[in-house]
Design a protein around this ligand. Structure first.
Ligand SMILES: *Cc1c(COP(=O)(O)O)cnc(C)c1O
Length: 367
């Protein structure tokens, strides 16, 4: 067919665009946004000061290799800065990895309720997303391995996963890696690693350091509170770092993000405080919402997945509308094949208590 206008490459128009969490509730004065897993504690004071200082020199290009930031990350986490690449959010890095390793006809595996950026990044290259079934809303290593074919180039694993909040222990990640052919790149997306309080969890640093086909992606959007600035990084083998550096934008990370990131990664007290807040309220929300008779998938992140009945009057959709009217904005996750659930980010004490009260009211119970 000769098109009478420019046509995107095959696959692009099959992509369902990513729909971010709602941020407004029409007609409600005070809104609590619990739909995007943002931290209720915000960025640290030192981080905000570093960000503001950049405003004095907006005429200067940023350091295209983000050297100082890579050195700060390497210093704090004990990593070789030469094996770190920074990006405009980890979304940038996930897309760069897809572009570097996928072509028409290739396959990239992700799990049933995996992060939606994976199929979007995959389809943008003309490759095909292959969906591995989960068990109990959790990635299943055997199911992922069963999806591997000659065409497989990438495996995306969010650990912990969004929107389910579940994780697989490091032994399972190692078993997944051991079962993959050496030409398949395993991408460990550890966006919520800083929140996890489990002895059998690791983000993947050791596996990256000891293999040629594993990459770990991290973000400053969650516990560091820098989602607005778009900043993430990856740690990978030298040959993967080289490939990504060849195709990334020469100034893909802006100067404000670099300055804020350096301050944020060094501000351990703020991270500790944010983690302590999350640990306390994650347990509280799981307990209190469970007590109302709703099922909450056990989460190790900064959010909970709440399952609703399909009984008319009690559905996730109706709960969403009920909460939104009260300024409590949760995330509908129908796009994640979870039409009967809502995802709630752990918020401030005030927001958390208001959601539990409102859910009790919605269900006709006492909180
Ligand atoms: C929030 C999130 C990210 C971070 O994305 P950024 O582009 O860095 O803001 C990455 N992966 C998952 C699974 C997430 O939930």
């Amino acid at each position: 067919m000769t098109a009478n206008r420019p046509q995107p490459r095959p696959g692009v128009l099959d992509i369902a665009p990513y729909i971010p969490g709602k941020s407004t509730a029409p007609g409600v004065a005070k809104v609590f946004k619990l739909s995007s897993n943002e931290t209720p504690l915000g960025a640290s004071a030192a981080t905000i000061a570093a960000y503001r200082a950049v405003g004095e020199h907006l005429e200067d290009y940023p350091d295209g290799s983000a050297s100082e930031l890579r050195e700060a990350i390497g210093d704090v986490l004990g990593l070789d800065p030469a094996r770190i690449v920074c990006g405009a959010g980890s979304d940038d890095l996930l897309n760069l990895l897809a572009r570097a390793y996928l072509a028409d006809g290739d396959e990239a595996i992700h799990t049933t309720h995996g992060f939606l950026v994976y199929p979007i990044a995959t389809m943008g290259t003309g490759a095909k997303p292959v969906v591995a079934p989960e068990k109990n809303f959790t990635a299943d290593v055997d199911a992922i391995l069963a999806c591997v074919s000659k065409k497989t180039k990438l495996v995306f694993l969010a650990n912990p996963n969004n929107p389910t909040g579940t994780y697989i222990p490091f032994d399972e990640v190692k078993r997944l890696h051991a079962g993959l052919p050496p030409h398949v790149l395993l991408i460990l997306d550890a966006a919520y690693a800083e929140y996890v309080q489990r002895n059998d969890y690791e983000a993947g640093i050791e596996l990256v350091a000891t293999s040629e086909n594993v990459v770990m992606c991290r973000t400053f959007s969650k516990i560091y509170g820098l989602a607005a600035l778009r900043l993430g990084w990856m740690y990978g083998p030298a040959h993967v770092v080289d490939a990504v550096n060849r195709i990334r934008g020469p100034f893909n990370v802006n100067a404000a993000a670099i300055a804020a990131g350096i301050a944020a990664i060094r501000d351990n007290a703020h991270v500790e405080k944010s983690r302590a807040h999350n640990t306390k309220w994650l347990a509280w929300l799981t307990e209190e919402i469970g007590r109302l008779g709703l099922t909450v998938t056990p989460s190790v992140g900064n959010f909970v997945l709440i399952h609703f009945p399909t009984t008319p009057g009690r559905t996730a959709k109706e709960a969403d509308a009920f909460l939104t009217k009260r300024g409590l904005i949760l995330r509908g996750v129908g796009g994640y094949k979870l039409p009967n659930a809502l995802r709630m980010s752990v918020g401030s004490e005030e927001a958390n208590r208001l959601v539990v009260q409102a859910l009790a009211e919605f269900l006709g119970k006492k909180a």
